[in-house]
Design a protein around this ligand. Structure first.
Ligand code: AKG
Ligand code: FE2
Length: 198
């Protein structure tokens, strides 16, 4: 039995299912991800161009467009194992994920800053699901209004579901951890309106 934890806030909720991915699927997905078309796009910050501190790939049904880091990315076709995992998530939790941002944190020096997954092309009434493989990292949540923060350590195989209206009221981040030398993969599944950027 996998361990489940549910955190209910006044303005959102988070579920964590520890060890949701079997070791076999985890290894298959990790092997598949070696060949993903990883990118490290640049963003403009205070007039200067910076590469994001991690690698990313956007996969989406119907090659749906997603605007992040100031650019529109059109979704790559789904790799086989990632599609299997998404189908299983959709079946088990009765969800409609149709896109996923894959993140590769090469070491603890790679990170993701505070943000909400609240872009207008995402369907706000649908949860966000996130899977972790590899190094354990802290996943931090911060309430936009009260600044309350909550920290979870995510381990290989863990599934997180952020339920609406979490993205409207909370931000999340994966801070740098200089002592971590191993890589971490994260897959953040979303439901996107695929006719938004046409
Ligand atoms: O790596 C993580 O756990 C979070 C990724 C994330 O927040 C995102 O892709 O929007
Ligand atoms: Fe996010």
């Amino acid at each position: 039995m996998t361990k489940q934890q549910h955190f209910i806030f006044a303005d959102g909720a988070v579920s964590i299912v520890r060890n949701w991915l079997s070791l076999e699927t985890l290894q298959r997905l990790q092997a598949e991800a070696v060949d993903y078309p990883w990118q490290q796009p640049s963003i403009q910050l205070f007039g200067k161009s910076h590469r994001i501190p991690r690698q990313q790939v956007w996969f989406a049904h119907n090659n749906a467009g997603y605007r992040y880091s100031g650019k529109i990315f059109y979704g790559e076709d789904y790799p086989e194992c990632l599609l299997d995992v998404q189908s299983r998530l959709n079946r088990v939790f009765k969800l409609k994920f149709n896109s996923v941002l894959a993140n590769h944190y090469r070491t603890g020096m790679d990170s993701m800053g505070w943000h909400s997954d609240d872009e207008p092309e995402l369907i706000a009434s649908h949860p966000i699901g996130s899977l972790t493989i590899g190094a354990s990292r802290d996943f931090c949540l911060r309430n936009k209004h009260t600044r309350e923060t909550v920290k979870f350590e995510l381990q290989s195989g863990d599934l997180v579901i952020m339920w609406p209206p979490m993205q409207a009221h909370w931000q999340h981040a994966v801070p740098k951890r200089s002592k971590v030398s191993d890589a971490r993969l994260n897959f953040t599944f979303r439901a996107i309106n695929d006719s938004f950027h046409r």
